[in-house]
Design a protein around this ligand. Structure first.
Ligand code: ADP
Ligand code: MG
Length: 361
């Protein structure tokens, strides 16, 4: 666990940013501890890049009540004098320089003597397993190698906060997964604060100490990856976290953390309550992961239904059952056929379902 009591390396409070009539950020606050891997997750247009540009100083926010990097206020401080560096998706390397010259560049403009700068650059290249290619031309590198050069160039100046704007977005799936692990490894070795942007929930859950989920310029939910995965606070968050089934109903009973909801048509089911202040009678939704559902016999927590379709997808098989509350998708991961395929009911453990206020979509 990071020491959340120590002064945060990054602190942003109540930032608003408008591009003409478009509000890109609406009263957003966040902070990151030293050595923390913080991910800003959200779909395209949710305000992620704007947030990084405000932090780095490339964008002057419409208003902000506090913006501190490395313990110092940077309100009004030009980008070049903030202790943060940004890594972009498109590398932005200098094609006419060698690998090591690219990495040393940031030090040279900070007036570090050439010999020292090159030595530091070599060390940074070793961190990303590229020391053997220090004298290559940028054009001779693969996409993954270029991104590693960009990383080395960014960390060599030892920023208090490293900002990464979808840095793996241009890489193919396999390489992306390898680079995710390398980045996590690098971040731990450096004990540096990373603020990482992605639209991929899988990437966010894999890499982060903490995730901030954004929606239309606001924070929808933030917490540790498992928190977001298992306790989405809204339909939007559940949907974003990959819950395949979300049904609407009315809360009819609550018993501690367990709620019972009426889905209509005689279907009354149980799940865990995300919020403790949901009143009996209020409109709620229940979210269910396909792999947590199974075809069962009569009785127990679940809904009666009839088998509608079965789709084999290699690594898993999806079965859709039609119920009074709508179609429910079940998933079996082992390639083996689901047991009890003639079952007349979809069942789940009440702790595997989450109930939250219905809210807006
Ligand atoms: P994300 O990085 O999450 O995709 P952005 O921060 O780039 O989101 O954009 C947030 C919103 O601000 C979007 O509606 C986008 O169209 C708008 N926006 C971003 N940059 C500009 C700009 N330079 N001028 C006008 N609108 C912009
Ligand atoms: Mg963006």
């Amino acid at each position: 666990m990071k020491d959340m009591n120590a002064e945060p390396m990054l602190e942003v409070r109540d930032v608003v940013h408008k591009y003409g009539p478009v509000t890109a950020l609406s009263h957003v606050s966040l902070s990151a501890a030293k050595g923390e891997f913080l991910t800003i997750l959200g779909s395209s247009g949710s305000g992620k890049t704007t947030m990084l540009r405000v932090i780095s100083g490339l964008e002057t926010p419409t208003s902000v009540s506090c913006l501190r990097i490395g313990g110092e206020s940077v309100v009004g401080v030009p980008a070049a004098r903030r202790r943060c560096t940004t890594v972009f998706q498109n590398y932005a390397l200098f094609p006419h320089m060698t690998v090591v010259e690219n990495v040393a560049y940031g030090l040279k403009i900070r007036k570090v003597p050439t010999g020292d700068a090159l030595k530091e650059a070599q060390r940074a290249l070793a961190m990303v397993q590229l020391e053997a290619k220090a004298d290559r031309n940028i054009r001779q590198l693969s996409g993954g190698e270029r991104q590693r050069v960009a990383l080395a160039r960014a960390v060599v100046t030892k920023p208090a906060v490293l900002l990464l704007d979808e840095p793996l977005g241009a890489l193919d799936e396999r390489l992306r997964q390898d680079m995710q692990l390398e980045l996590m490894d690098l971040q731990r070795k450096l004990d540096m604060t990373f603020v990482y942007i992605t639209h991929s929930q899988e990437e966010a859950l894999t890499m982060s100490d903490r995730v901030v989920l954004m929606r239309h310029g606001r924070i929808e939910q933030s917490g540790e990856p498992l928190d977001l995965f298992d306790h989405p606070v809204s339909r939007f968050a559940a949907d974003f976290m990959g819950y395949e089934n979300i049904l609407d109903g009315r809360l009819v009973r609550r018993d501690g953390a367990v709620g019972e909801i009426d889905l209509g048509g005689g279907a009354v089911v149980r799940g865990k309550l995300i919020s403790t202040d949901l009143a009996v009678g209020s409109p709620v939704s229940i979210a269910l992961r396909a792999e947590r559902l199974s075809p069962v016999g009569p009785g127990g927590n679940g809904i009666d239904g009839t088998m509608k379709s079965k789709v084999y997808r290699g690594k898993y098989t999806d079965i859709v059952m039609e119920t009074v509350a709508g179609a429910l998708r079940m998933r079996s991961w082992h390639g083996a056929p689901m047991e009890n395929e003639t079952a007349s009911r979809v069942g789940w453990k009440e702790t595997d379902a989450v109930i939250f206020a219905k809210g807006s979509v």
